[in-house]
Design a protein around this ligand. Structure first.
Ligand code: ASP
Ligand code: CP
Length: 397
């Protein structure tokens, strides 16, 4: 019987916590579809793997060894929505680990033009490849593909892992992974340590109670919060950490404000959050920027606009959602500035003059995507032990 995406609707409409088990295998991620799958244990494990891959990649011997890890595997990159970083960093991650990859980026070049269904396409990819990494404009499509693979597996047919590399305006779990990895590395406070050593001790004189790691921090998200999938995925992932607070700054437009699903998720997770309509807003008399430990900027997702949205946004003053050198002065001196990118070159929510600021982390963040995604592949293909063995062989414990 020919399957249709709507056949999966009953499974899709179940609560997340019910579905989650179907995307795991023996404590590992079998498919990665939702950011909610990323639990603290996974995050810690993946960060450690990413650090090891990064370190081994520094030498030719290490790189050669890494390339042998998955040289027997093939990856399919199925990206039917524009991408620079996610596509290229996944491809680079595959190359680091020796996987060969192929791509379909334009369905017009595939047999979908001959009315092949997207689900048939996916099943065909699974015949030739060992993992499907996919980005789609359609929310829920990667989830349906994971169900398709699970059904095939239960019929003892060939089935491969599905990785969601961005679905509609809904989810971008691998971006959350690299964002958390970047924040974790930044809050080690050691990369800028001088000869006298401890930067954290220095900072603690001014910001008492500052700790390493992602817990005990205030995160400020700014921009298109309603339609930005990276915001939804990262905010969800951050709920794994203790004693965090979130500030959400967005234009006062129903589609751009924090959506009710994320609001509910944060309430359930007992996260303190506040919503504002400007980066200049204050909380109990203090500038929100001066209370922020990590700033996450995003662009307005104009590709989702209807003509009415465009008209409404054209009427609005969006400058309160742009970072300026004056606003930067209020931001804590250690607070990393993240942006999933692309930034809007016309609007310039982060002007290029800010790139030289030591807190500007977005280019590093994009590069971290390569290490984080390589770590994810190592985890999903269950070769973490081999990687640790390699590392031990090169560097000892
Ligand atoms: N590149 C990210 C995404 O695909 C963020 C963005 O496009 O604004 O979701
Ligand atoms: N951050 C991100 O997903 O970038 P791309 O859309 O270029 O892949």
């Amino acid at each position: 019987m020919l399957l249709d995406l709507s056949d999966f609707l009953p499974r899709q409409s179940r609560p997340l916590r019910v579905k989650m088990d179907e995307f795991q295998r023996e404590g590992r991620l079998k498919h990665l579809i939702f950011a909610s799958q990323l639990e603290l244990e996974h995050l810690n494990r993946l960060q450690r793997l990413a650090d090891i891959i990064r370190q081994l990649s520094k030498t030719k011997k290490g790189s050669d060894a890494l390339r042998s890890l998955l040289s027997h595997k093939r990856a399919m990159l199925y990206f039917t929505q524009p991408s620079t970083r996610t596509f290229l960093s996944f491809m680079a991650a595959c190359q680091i680990l020796g996987l060969t990859c192929n791509e379909v980026r334009d369905p017009a070049t595939s047999s979908e033009m001959k009315r092949e269904s997207p689900l048939d396409s996916i099943r065909m990819f699974s015949s030739y490849f060992d993992v499907i990494i996919m980005r789609s404009p359609e929310a829920g499509f990667s989830e349906c593909c994971a169900y398709l693979m699970n059904d095939l597996e239960s019929q003892e047919k060939r089935s491969v892992p599905i990785i969601n590399a961005g679905s509609g305006s809904e989810e971008h779990p691998t971006q959350a992974l690299l964002d958390v990895y970047t924040i974790q590395r930044t809050f080690q406070f050691d990369s800028t340590a001088g000869t006298t050593g401890n930067r954290l001790a220095e900072l603690n004189k001014k910001y008492s109670g500052l700790t390493t790691g992602l817990s005990n921090k205030t995160y400020l998200f700014c921009g298109d919060l309603g339609r930005g999938r990276t915001v939804r995925s990262l905010a969800t992932t951050l709920t794994n950490y203790r004693n965090i607070r979130m500030f959400f700054v967005s234009p006062n437009h129903e589609k751009l404000r924090l959506d009710s699903a994320l609001r509910k998720r944060l309430e359930v997770a007992n996260v303190e959050f506040h919503e504002f309509d400007s980066l200049d807003a204050t909380l109990q008399g203090q500038d929100i920027l001066s209370l922020t430990d990590c700033l996450y900027m995003t662009r307005i997702q104009i590709e989702h606009n209807t003509s009415a949205d465009t008209a409404a946004l054209n009427e609005m003053d969006l400058s309160p959602f742009h970072l300026s050198p004056t606003r930067l002065e209020k931001l804590r001196e250690y607070a990393p500035i993240l942006h999933p990118f692309p930034r809007d070159s016309v609007v310039q929510e982060i002007p290029t003059i800010i790139d030289a600021d030591p807190r500007a982390m977005y280019f590093r963040q994009a590069r971290n995507g390569m290490w984080a995604r390589a770590a994810l592949l190592v985890h999903m293909f269950n070769v973490a032990d081999q990687l640790l063995f390699l590392h031990n062989d090169f560097y000892g414990n």
